[in-house]
Ligand binder design. Structure first.
Ligand code: SF4
Length: 422
């Protein structure tokens, strides 16, 4: 039994992982554990990511590093790499324990710390805000994926798509509000595939779930995390428009490539024309919506022309936020054995060009917003985040953790917006 009741949390990968780790933090705090830096911890929880070969390499490094910390803490590895390659992870060091069931991790850590099981925090309890996500907590309403994109292993690690029943989502949102949340972020591996029974047994999709949450709670703002293009329907956009400022004017719509031939090889279920229509629909209902996306550069077989087309398409879509990823070979996926693997130097150069475009587009979109009104979540003194996920500078005397109406008055060269209170 350990004297020190300190646990460190290490997160790799996506927002869903972050939300799951936040939930573990909450359970651990309830059990009496203290969150401490890695070097001081008796237990380190590493929430692993397998999305690319590179992510997996980072995971192994993080587990090895944690295992070699002073006092050789118990390292509990969980998450996607733990699901796919548990034996390899466990073999990294004698003090590594792999736990595939994320809902069991907090109890395992509590036990190792000599604490009682985390009473009051059942393993299936919905996500709630924690020290790492009190103001804008994420709530995981969906997990798994039924698509089979050729570069992706996440669906194998997380299994088939499944959704949290609507009444549990409602309870999770209420719990978050009870803890002072101003904005809740609905997340999932494939969020738009959300389908679950409502109170009357009828199936609800994402638009109906939004309506329910808006009608049944006082939530000030709901934000949707990343979503697949076919799920940005007319109905969803209408629902968002009806909700006004209570749904953040932002959608992160995963493009991955702006070249149809590359999309086909990726086994994505849409083409650029479909994506264009989605964006037109969104902008028709929500004229000031900000759009984010993910872009993979250097996918096997991507030629210079393909890449050029992809960038042109991104420019046409006017994304305000682009996450640019260099394709990273992920053993076990169809793309890993495709011909035409792109030279790493070419990939790096494409990555730089895509990032330069991302910055240019972000600044242009920020400039368009000057003069508009918005709601800002204040996260630090004098700094917050807008509905469209831009950093905003405002009066430093505005209390941290509040949501305030502002007018956007200017923009800096790094796309940070300036605002005055309304
Ligand atoms: S939509 Fe494609 S990339 Fe996204 S999780 Fe599913 S299989 Fe992976």
């Amino acid at each position: 039994m350990s004297e020190v009741r300190g646990v460190a949390l290490v997160n790799l990968g996506c927002r869903v992982n972050r939300v799951e780790l936040d939930h573990m933090a909450l359970e651990l705090e309830r059990a009496g554990a203290t969150l401490v830096p890695e070097r001081e911890a008796s237990v380190v929880i590493v929430n692993t990511c397998a999305v690319t070969g590179e992510a997996e390499a980072k995971t192994r490094k993080a587990v090895r590093r944690a295992a070699s910390m002073p006092g050789a803490p118990l390292v509990i590895a969980t998450g996607c790499v733990a699901n796919l390659f548990s034996d390899e992870l466990a073999a990294l060091a004698p003090n590594v324990r792999v736990e595939r069931d994320k809902s069991a991790v907090a109890s395992l850590a509590s036990e190792a710390l000599g604490l009682l099981p985390s009473a009051g925090a059942p393993a299936s309890a919905p996500s709630a805000p924690t020290p790492t996500g009190r103001t804008r907590p994420g709530i995981k309403i969906q997990d798994g994926c039924d698509n089979r994109c050729t570069y992706c292993i996440v669906w194998r690690a997380r299994g088939a798509g499944r959704s949290m029943p609507a009444d549990e989502v409602l309870a999770a949102v209420r719990a978050a509000l009870g803890r002072g949340a101003h904005e809740v972020v609905l997340t999932g591996i494939n969020l738009g595939s959300y389908r679950a029974p409502g109170a009357d047994g009828r199936e609800l999709g994402l638009p109906a779930l939004l309506d329910l949450l808006l009608a049944e709670t006082d939530v000030e703002r709901i934000r949707l995390s990343s979503i697949e293009p076919p799920d940005v329907t007319d109905e969803l956009c209408r629902t968002m428009a009806r909700a006004g400022s209570r749904v953040a004017p932002f959608l992160h719509v995963c493009l991955q490539s702006g070249c149809d031939e590359t999309l086909r090889r990726m086994a994505r279920v849409y083409r650029t024309d479909d994506f264009r229509r989605v964006v037109e629909t969104a902008r028709e209902h929500l004229p000031h919506i900000a759009l984010g996306t993910d872009l993979i550069v250097g996918f096997p077989g991507e030629t210079d022309d393909d890449f050029g087309r992809s960038l042109d398409f991104c420019r046409e879509m006017r994304f305000s936020k682009m996450h640019v990823f260099r394709y990273s070979r992920r053993p076990g996926t169809p793309a890993a054995t495709m011909g035409g693997q792109v030279d790493p130097h070419v990939m790096a150069e494409r990555g730089e060009r895509a990032r330069a475009l991302a910055e240019e587009l972000r600044l242009a979109e920020a400039r368009r917003l000057v003069g508009e009104e918005d709601l800002v979540v204040v996260q630090y003194p004098g700094r917050g985040v807008s509905g469209g996920l831009f950093d905003v500078l405002l009066d430093p005397t505005v209390p941290v953790d509040s949501l305030v109406p502002v007018r956007l008055t200017g923009v800096r060269d790094d796309a940070t917006l300036l605002a005055e209170l309304l």
